[in-house]
Design a protein around this ligand. Structure first.
Ligand code: BV8
Ligand code: ZN
Length: 250
């Protein structure tokens, strides 16, 4: 990726803005070694989302669905936040209000030190009983097969499956953050899964400045005010360097 060139318009926007939102997808965790969904070695190339990431599939074959989430959890535990996640956390030093709205269930924004995070699709570190909704966030024991709740109910990962509603509190807070944002970064997402992708249009309609960071064009490239086509782990630290110059190295 050639030298990151910021336009004067974007530099002015950075210097006059306070409220920043980072809307992220699997692409920001790619450089941490976590496969994306639709990329060339994406998860969905081998497995169909409707076969695994939905409630009926879980009821039909909870063992298989748990094998898949434990496989992903292992990869996530062996990975660490990359320069993209860390740059986003550092933005908090230079702007009053920095919000992360993520579709990722991998907890890497939290591990990178971001403080205000809305998880639209849940978090793989949390689990709950499908009967009584008791939460089990400690390591689950699979020695007797699929883990059961004390009430006998099946325990599932606290992630949002296709056909399931998003957590209302996270979605509402994300919509508010999008509407109030001065700059809305769209990082590493193909923006095809709804209602999450709708937030980009919500921010645009509210007059927010849309900055896309992706290795390739996406569904929202046409409405972005500026697009940086490169790896998030290189583009975001480069933008942060410019912010440091602008705001004087605090
Ligand atoms: C619902 C958690 C109400 C689980 C996930 C409107 C229109 C059409 C369809 C629908 C609609 N409304 C609802 C639907 C149905 C469905 C949907 O959107 N389907 C899509 C496929 C068309 N939505 C739902 O079912 C939602 N629920 O609507 O409930 C309802 C209720 C009853 C009946 C009807 C409606 C729930 C959706 C949530 C599903 N759960 N995840 C899990 O992870 O296991 S979605 C999951 O896939 C992720 O969370 C994420 O959202 C999505 C993957 O997208 P990305 O993260 O963007 O990843 P992807 O691989 O696609 O792209 C990566 C990008 O990064 C690429 O652009 C690539 O170029 C880029 N990249 C790669 N490397 C880098 C990079 N960029 C920068 N740097 C790099 N290094
Ligand atoms: Zn229970």
């Amino acid at each position: 990726m050639s030298e990151i060139k910021l336009t004067t318009e974007f530099i002015n926007k950075l210097s006059e803005s306070e409220k920043i939102v980072f809307f992220t997808g699997a692409g920001i965790s790619a450089e941490s070694g976590i496969p994306t969904f639709r990329g060339k070695d994406g998860i969905w190339n081998k497995l169909k989302p409707e076969e695994l990431a939905n409630f009926n599939a879980f009821l039909r074959n909870p063992q298989m669905v748990w094998e898949w989430y434990n496989h992903r959890k292992k990869i996530i535990h062996e990975s660490k936040p990359n320069a993209g996640h860390i740059a986003i956390a550092e933005f908090e030093k230079y702007f009053d209000d920095v919000t992360v709205v993520t579709q990722n269930i991998d907890n890497l924004h939290r591990r990178a030190g971001s403080n205000k995070i809305y998880e639209l699709h849940g978090n793989i570190e949390r689990n709950y009983c499908i009967n009584c909704r008791t939460f089990y966030n400690e390591e689950l024991n699979f020695s007797e097969g699929v883990p059961k709740c004390k009430c006998g109910g099946l325990i599932r990962p606290d992630v949002v499956w296709f056909g399931e509603f998003l957590p209302a509190d996270q979605l509402e807070a994300s919509e508010k953050a999008a509407i109030n944002s001065d700059i809305f970064f769209v990082v590493g997402t193909s923006a095809v899964v709804y209602p999450a992708a709708g937030l980009v249009y919500t921010a645009k309609r509210a007059g927010s400045y849309i900055v896309e960071v992706n290795i390739e064009e996406t569904e929202v490239s046409s409405i972005a005010d500026i697009s940086f086509f490169g790896e998030a782990g290189k583009v975001l630290p480069a933008i942060l360097e410019n912010v440091k110059k602008l705001k004087g190295n605090i």
